[in-house]
Design a protein around this ligand. Sequence first.
Ligand code: SDX
Length: 345
Amino acid sequence: MEVSYLILNGELPDAEQKAAFDREVTNHTMVKEPMLRFLDGFGTDAHPMAMLTGLVGAMSAFYHDSTDITNPEHRRISAIRLIAKMPTLVAMVYKHSVGQPVMYPRNDLSYTGNFLRMMFGTPAEDYQINDVVERALDRIFILHADHEQNASTSTVRLCGSSGTNPYAAIAAGIACLWGPAHGGANEACLHMLENIQANGGLAKVGEFMEQVKDKSSGVRLMGFGHRVYKNYDPRAKLMQETCREVLSALGLENDPLFKLAMELERIALEDDYFVERKLYPNVDFYSGIVQRAIGIPTPLFTGIFALARTVGWISQWDEMLGDPEFKIGRPRQLYTGYAERDVKK
Ligand code: SDX
């Protein structure tokens, strides 16, 4: 929550500011009850990101009272609502897909503890929060909170620059993040590891890496490479460390996928193809393994990323709208086509 406050306000909170921020966010974690009926309209087999895009966009239809984007207070309350409700919405999507009752938020739990209980708790019994898991998830939220002008953040800025409401702009960011080249890479990376494991595991890693290096195969090493990081993504280091912590805390030290990921990384860091192209693990390479160990289903990984990135998206949206120089976005295009053509008779 300190990181969220920092990204939103530009300064870390003192104790009083932190307490007030926690209280305000906690008091906005519930969603309007009709949103549950909106959720029921989705099939239980719908992809979580499809449901999340729909639900966040639908917030435009449920929260009319804070959409004057020229009003800083409206922008602030929209930011608080989005940060507070994303965990509730992500957990709702998960419960819908597994056919379990939605768990309502509790005001006596931490932001991350509340999310864990809404995800994995049931009305049938009390849910015990595992401190190692809570800390690991908190770290995942921090590492994914903001990352300058990545594709989804730029989408939120361009969408928001038209003056549309914040929920529509954030829904656009969620839609963009879903792609496997961006936030969807953690889901794609886990599928990649599971496929290698199913086809022979460590013994097949060499063969797989040859496929990756053969461009005609169309196979990419998911979780590797970056648009701007041409070095080891610092977030990946911390994510690998988190992997170790969570796997040992849960007695999963011998998780074959973690061993596979470490071997892929070892080979890639020594192989000229990757070294020449400055391809290193990025934030998505290990995050899927941690989330899988926690019990988060693979299709929901990008939903966790969206939950974390919401504070970055909405802070950049607010920064843009708070700039007196701001104008509607308009990317440049160089037209190289015909000057004139006649309709064919
Ligand atoms: C995120 O922008 C952000 O900040 C995003 C993000 C954030 O916090 O918001 O950091 C989160 O999206 C991380 C990236 C997650 N995506 C993946 O892990 C998917 C796999 N990665 C690739 O698709 C790729 O690396 C991209 C999309 C991330 C970057 O694509 P680029 O900019 O085209 O990569 P590049 O120009 O650096 O590629 C250089 C060369 C190319 O080969 P050549 O044409 O030079 O021969 O490396 C090749 C690429 O084909 N290459 C890969 C590769 N990534 C690039 N080859 C094999 N496997 C890969 N993963």
